[in-house]
Design a protein around this ligand. Structure first.
Ligand SMILES: C[S@@+](CC[C@H](N)C(=O)[O-])C[C@H]1O[C@@H](n2cnc3c(N)ncnc32)[C@H](O)[C@@H]1O
Length: 397
């Protein structure tokens, strides 16, 4: 069927309507005319897939990846970088306006459009590396490489051989020095002899056990050093996370006592601790909090306290004494009891860092005691449909 795209959503998917029914069109963007076929029929909406591009007002380019339409990762690989970013901006603005927030999202571009990711998780099927297709368990072999990964990760992929592991998962992480941590999850033990030739390997972990060298490595950013265990989160895009840090620091002052909720290994906590009076971090992963405490010591930042546990369990028991809060939750957003704690206390400002605009919008609506001042979107995951948003909220009531 021939379709004309008249809107984009916050994930950059093309939208149109057929006989009044909302229709998502994969692989098509604003203003384009495509030949498409139905791939999913639902009560409230249908999903089509582009078979052929008929006309486009956009800057289309040859994709850098052979499997972008199958793995569901880089849905914008067929558009020139800034054109894709414009689509994401339109979609985000529409989402916030549609939900009653009168803000213009400020966009911050990525200077490293490719090679920006310091962590990727791959599936291994019959010795071959690949991803699962979007929302499926259909294995999509890499065939080539993953060009959004750092060059050191790409090197591991290009030297991969099927003797290492036949089935399971492998996560490859790199740091600012190009050192690597490789993490396997599989029923069979991986054969790691060939990997040991790589002089950048800092450690290999299999099913949560260290099987070579260490189960952590170090990251360095802005003169701060972080120990990062294999299972602890660390920001995946070094350039963009530094831009976010600069933005966050512009929203604090030297007398502040700040909660860093969902603090990981203390990435924001330590950056903040250099400028503010005190930082209190909370995080559920034990290794991450162990790292955060270690990192405070390594960097001589003793105006920090870290608590392990789920934020929703820990924060109601703390005697609240901070004046500002930074939250950086997982994609699921804030637990209702965290929202309640924020509404029931007199924080001057909340800095909400979010990797999921849908849960961000949901939570902004619930944070009824605060007014939304601004939203900045950082292109942390270039060519994919994702964006890292930072919302600034201030107490009104
Ligand atoms: C997006 S990461 C942010 C980490 C940190 N702010 C940083 O910049 O490195 C979210 C973090 O929240 C942690 N987490 C997830 N659910 C949690 C919960 N209910 N309570 C506490 N921490 C949680 C994860 O382990 C992860 O470290």
């Amino acid at each position: 069927m021939k379709l004309k795209i008249n809107k984009v959503n916050y994930e950059g998917e093309g939208l149109t309507s057929i006989n009044g029914k909302t229709t998502f069109v994969k692989g098509a963007f604003l203003g384009e005319e495509v030949e498409a076929r139905l791939i999913q029929e639902n009560k409230r909406y249908d999903v089509y897939e582009t078979i052929e591009l008929i006309s486009s007002p956009l800057k289309r380019v040859k994709s850098f990846c052979k499997i972008d339409s199958k793995c569901g990762g880089c849905s914008f690989a067929g558009l020139q970088y800034h054109e894709g970013l414009r689509m994401k901006e339109l979609g985000l603005n529409d989402l916030f306006k549609h939900n009653g927030f009168d803000v213009n999202v400020r966009i911050h571009e990525n200077i490293n459009e490719l090679g920006y990711r310091n962590k990727i998780k791959l599936h291994v099927c019959d010795g071959v590396l690949g991803y699962y297709g979007e929302n499926t368990h259909n294995f999509v072999s890499l065939d080539d490489n993953c060009y959004i990964a750092s060059s050191e990760i790409q090197e591991v992929i290009s030297l991969w051989n099927s003797n290492i592991l036949s089935d399971g998962e492998v996560t490859i992480r790199s740091n600012n020095k190009g050192e690597l941590l490789i993490i396997f999850n599989s029923s069979d033990k991986p054969v790691i002899d060939s990997l040991k030739h790589n002089k950048n390997i800092e450690g290999i972990v299999w099913n949560n056990k260290c099987i070579y060298l260490n189960d952590y490595f170090y990251e360095e950013r802005n003169g701060l050093k972080y120990m990062v265990h294999y299972d602890a989160f660390f920001q995946v895009n070094p350039y963009i996370s530094n831009e976010i840090v600069k933005f966050v620091l512009n929203n604090v002052s030297s007398n502040d006592i700040i909660y860093d909720l969902y603090c990981g290994v203390g990435f924001f906590s330590l950056e903040l601790a250099r400028f503010v009076k005190e930082v209190i971090g909370i995080e559920e992963v034990e290794n991450a909090i162990r790292d955060a405490k270690e990192n405070a010591g390594i960097n001589n930042l003793f105006n920090t306290k870290f608590y392990v546990g789920r934020v929703e369990d820990v924060i109601p028991d703390l005697k609240i004494k901070g004046n500002k809060v930074l939250v950086d939750p997982p994609r699921s957003g804030l637990h209702q009891s965290v929202i309640d704690t924020l509404n029931n206390n007199d924080f001057e400002r909340i800095i909400y860092v979010s990797c999921n605009p849908l849960t961000l919008v949901r939570d902004l609506k619930k944070l009824s005691k605060y007014e939304l001042k601004s939203i900045d979107a950082f292109d942390m995951f270039s060519y994919s449909s994702h964006m890292e948003c930072v919302a600034i909220l201030e107490r009104v009531l």
